[in-house]
Design a protein around this ligand. Structure first.
Ligand SMILES: Cc1cc2nc3c(=O)[nH]c(=O)nc-3n(C[C@H](O)[C@H](O)[C@H](O)COP(=O)(O)OP(=O)(O)OC[C@H]3O[C@@H](n4cnc5c(N)ncnc54)[C@H](O)[C@@H]3O)c2cc1C
Length: 386
């Protein structure tokens, strides 16, 4: 068997085991856990066993070594069943990706094996109460003190903030330098004295996973945890991670859009009005046609973007388009699915209400869709000078 065929077979087996896990361990429990906003401990334990916390970490550091394109397929599958659990691995894997791509060899050896098993789990701490999109305006500051730094500041909306124990933390190490991004640095910050969770944030959807505010109050961190070992590269490290994050969010969009389509296709054949199943009314049939078209187009855009990430190319254009289109498709399909369900769409007994609450997060997270449009347009002009 060729190396390519062997890898394809290995990745197919991983996807099969993810499908089995979702049907057995997630689907039967998702609705209750989500409505109760309960952290899914048992599901997390199974995800650890399956190696999902290390799925894109290279095998030499204990991970499954999957390609980003296979990771995107895993995330689509998970999100079609319960999007929240994709968030438990996503920001953790962004942190892992950052260490893999921009960390020192010592940092890769120290962190990645523990990230891969899920022994250390965590996420990404960029956003602050006063800024999310404009990350160069962050105020959290790290002051050098011998072989340590002392960090003060607040991060908010941090996924896995309560249950995670380590975070890729973006800080300022120079407040005055221009351009501003040269004053940013990124640390792998493990919980300890001076690093506390100040509150759990309540949300309209994306329940089960914890979103929290984190406070750093004279938090001392070894200089050895400065990613890459050099100050001033924080934004570069974060952007490297966000490329994987955006692919993940795009794949979540496909998952939600396709779950909404599946629910609509089922319901429109069960529900009858005026003596016939509602899909036979042209108004409903047209909605279904638009929904399925959006799912297919989104999936193709995600596959196209994922292939570019696999090749290690610059791909903000491709990933941006996939994220923009797939997440808007998720919002639109969730709403159409709700309309197709009539009054039952507004009931908490049907899955569609969760899709409707979860989908809008995707147009905000990992770079809002307004920003995606700006990035796409900028690259379009750069690529087509006159
Ligand atoms: C459930 C949830 C989980 C999250 N998880 C994490 C996490 O794990 N880690 C983390 O660091 N962050 C996380 N976030 C934060 C998220 O990344 C930010 O909310 C997002 O980046 C937007 O930032 P903001 O909320 O500060 O909005 P702002 O930056 O204040 O933007 C407000 C509005 O202005 C628009 N806007 C801003 N600048 C421009 C511009 N130049 N041109 C045009 N429009 C513009 C935006 O698109 C948006 O519509 C999470 C958020 C949520 C809701």
């Amino acid at each position: 068997m060729s190396a390519t065929a062997e890898r394809d077979e290995y990745e197919r087996l991983v996807l099969d085991s993810v499908d089995r896990f979702l049907e057995k361990d997630v689907r039967p429990y998702a609705m209750k856990l989500e409505h109760d906003d309960t952290y899914p401990e048992d599901i997390v334990a199974r995800m650890k066993e399956l190696g999902l916390f290390g799925c894109i970490i290279p095998q030499e550091y204990g991970g499954l070594g999957l390609r980003p394109s296979t990771y995107a397929k895993i995330i689509e599958r998970i999100s079609a069943v319960w999007m929240s659990i994709s968030g438990i691995i996503n920001s953790h894997l962004i942190m892992s990706f950052i260490v893999t791509k921009t960390g020192t060899e010592e940092q890769r050896k120290r962190f990645l094996p523990k990230f891969a098993t899920g022994e250390i789990r965590g996420g990404l701490a960029l956003t602050e109460p006063d800024c999310g999109t404009d990350l160069q305006a962050i105020r959290t500051f790290a002051k050098k003190d011998g072989d340590h730094y002392v960090i003060n500041g607040t991060k908010t909306w941090i996924s896995n903030g309560i249950h995670g124990s380590a975070f890729a933390l973006l800080v300022k190490t120079d407040k005055d330098i221009e351009p501003r991004h040269k004053g940013t640095s990124l640390f792998i910050a493990e919980k300890g004295p001076g690093f506390t969770v100040s509150k759990k944030l309540e949300k309209i959807g994306y329940k089960g996973i914890d979103s929290a505010e984190l406070v750093f109050d004279d938090y001392r961190i070894p200089a050895a945890n400065l990613v890459g070992g050099v100050e001033g590269r924080g934004m570069t490290c974060a952007i490297t991670g966000l490329e994987l994050g955006r692919l993940n969010v795009a794949a979540r969009g496909v998952g939600i859009a396709s779950a909404a389509l599946d629910e609509a296709v089922k319901y429109s054949q069960q529900r009858k009005t005026f003596g016939k199943p509602i899909h036979q009314h042209q108004a409903i049939a047209l909605k279904l046609a638009d929904m399925v078209t959006k799912v297919h187009a989104s999936r193709l855009l995600v596959e196209h973007a994922a292939a570019a990430v696999d090749r290690g190319e610059r791909c903000d254009f491709e990933v941006g388009m996939a994220k923009l289109f797939a997440t808007e498709a998720a919002v639109e399909n969730a709403l159409e699915c709700m309309r197709i369900h009539g009054g039952y769409g507004y009931s908490k007994e049907f899955i569609v209400e969760r899709l409707y609450r979860d989908a809008p997060l995707l147009v905000i997270g990992e770079g809002t869709n307004e920003i995606q449009r700006i990035v796409i347009a900028k690259r379009l002009i750069e690529n087509n000078p006159i």
